[in-house]
Design a binder for this molecule. Structure first.
Ligand SMILES: Nc1ncnc2c1ncn2[C@@H]1O[C@H](COP(=O)(O)OP(=O)(O)OP(=O)(O)O)[C@@H](O)[C@H]1O
Length: 251
């Protein structure tokens, strides 16, 4: 088991959504830590609180209760602008529907992530180009999203998420819109980003094709973490051993 220090630590997270009769407790007391170098999957049925939890971990939503520490900073009491700053400094996002600007080329879509962080000019362009090459799109730099396949668009989105070198990458159903081959290619890329670049990658998913790439699978049901499976370190086979069950068996 890895002993790295967590780069993200959530403790006792509760999130209420809606008001009055429509009030729902979407997350009911979740503890979750992410360490560098691991690809974690968050899996659970529809409505179990995955997107809500991901939004809290990504500092898009604030929790009703509980504490969140991102890269050593406790987020409690931070203003919306301070949270946005923390997000820009440490977190990259990938969405199911890619969320690329249709009127910008692949290169401009990646470069804009540096632009909003105040990094402009030749260096930003060169860095964006390098990252697009890294994700296998060196020959598609000037293509617009409409002229790229779904898999290629998602790889642009991955490049945009990592171009500013965030320590944490959060992905919401990154393979849901992709066919089998492209789904596997994107998961392979996310695993590489975690392992070779020592980032913490957390992906919310329903997709069983993603399982073989995970170092760790966290299961959520009805707003609560109900189990965790981990691939023993050093094991290359794409199989996850259920440590939760093993622990219970030895208890
Ligand atoms: N704005 C809102 N107001 C009230 N309830 C909400 C709101 N957004 C989500 N919910 C409820 O909170 C619960 C958790 O929703 P969430 O979207 O986090 O689940 P999920 O696991 O991501 O679901 P899915 O897999 O279908 O995307 C659900 O019961 C949902 O209906």
């Amino acid at each position: 088991m890895t002993t790295s220090k967590p780069v993200l630590e959530a403790k006792g997270i509760v999130k209420e959504l809606g008001r009055g009769a429509g009030k729902v407790v979407a997350v009911k007391g979740v503890d979750l830590s992410l360490v560098p170098g691991e690809l974690t999957l968050l899996m659970g049925p529809s409505g179990s609180g995955k997107t809500t939890l991901l939004s809290i971990l990504g500092c898009i939503m604030t929790p009703t209760e509980g504490s969140l520490t991102v890269a050593g900073t406790n987020t409690e009491g931070l203003s919306a602008e301070q949270l946005a700053e923390l997000r820009r400094a440490h977190i990259g996002f990938i969405f199911q529907s890619y969320n690329l600007f249709p009127t910008l080329s692949a290169l401009e879509n990646v470069r804009i992530a540096l632009d909003v962080r105040g990094q402009k000019g030749y260096k930003a362009a060169a860095r964006s180009e390098d990252v697009l090459r890294e994700v296998g799109l060196g020959a598609r730099l000037m293509n617009y999203p409409g002229n790229l396949s779904g898999g290629e668009q998602q790889r642009v989105a991955v490049a945009r998420a990592i171009v500013s070198s965030p320590s944490i990458v959060l992905a919401d159903e990154p393979t849901a819109a992709l066919d089998s081959e492209n789904g596997h290619a994107v998961m392979e890329l996310l695993a590489r980003i975690a392992h070779e670049q020592n980032r913490s990658v957390l992906a919310v998913t329903h997709d069983p094709r993603t399982l073989g790439y995970a170092d760790r699978v966290v299961k959520i049901e009805d707003g609560l973490i109900v189990g965790e499976e981990r691939r023993p370190q050093g094991l290359d086979a794409p199989e996850i051993t259920d440590l939760t069950k093993r622990r219970k068996a030895h208890a």
